[in-house]
Design a protein. Structure first.
Length: 217
């Protein structure tokens, strides 16, 4: 049985990002995979890379030795057959929790040697999901496409072949008037949530199933 690790890097486990990660996990389960799910904001306290360089020592090559709330997540990924990671777009980048995981996941594989260039030899497919208030059609206009490409290249080079799914123009809250957010059209946001978001959920499910049935290379 294949094992998939599904990670929600949003503080809201039941909103846009969390829902898409869960749906992708359901797709993987539908193909017979065992899924280990983590909500990063519910873990014990953790940090990004602390620059201890323990992962560069001969006895720990390629393995983060920092012990905190992320340790179990990183351990599960090392034995997984695929990884699903979802994050909201905060201020034009991934969430702080995602960034911490990203540092701890990527840096241990960096060798600082001409050969080998990467300590990780067990490549697995990655599904990287990003949600945002901004519509996908503006990503290339404001540089979000370059930000996503940066993450994709790093994941490609150290973890495995990475597919990106973007879900934009999301519904942020149920009641926009409560916050006085006058630049939005609340009704349009709600209608999109009702009509378009279900299609995004289907796409997430399909990608989760594909990860198990026909892993991308």
């Amino acid at each position: 049985m294949k094992k998939i690790v599904a990670i929600n890097a949003s503080p809201r486990s039941l909103w846009n990002t969390g829902s898409l990660v869960k749906e992708a996990a359901k797709g993987a389960e539908a193909e017979g995979a065992e899924v280990k799910t983590f909500d990063l904001y519910k873990l014990e306290k953790f940090t990004g890379c602390i620059s201890c360089f323990g992962c560069k020592l001969p006895e720990h090559l390629g393995v983060c030795i920092c012990k905190d709330g992320l340790s179990s997540v990183l351990e599960e990924i090392r034995s997984a057959d695929g990884v699903i990671i979802g994050t909201p777009n905060y201020l034009g980048d991934a969430s702080a929790a995602f960034r911490a995981l990203f540092e701890r996941l990527i840096f241990p594989s960096v060798t600082y040697k001409t050969e080998p260039r990467c300590y990780n030899t067990r490549r697995i497919p990655v599904l990287f999901i990003m949600t945002s208030n901004c519509s996908e059609e503006f990503y290339d206009k404001i540089g979000y496409d370059k930000m996503l490409k940066k993450y994709q290249n790093s994941l490609n080079g150290t973890v495995g072949p990475t597919k990106i799914m973007v879900c934009g123009d999301t519904l942020q809250v149920d009641d926009y008037e409560k916050y006085g957010w006058s630049i939005f059209d609340p009704q349009a946001k709600k209608e999109r949530r009702e009509k378009v978001f279900p299609e995004d959920m289907k796409k997430a499910f399909s990608l989760g199933a594909e990860m198990v049935r026909n892993p991308w290379e």
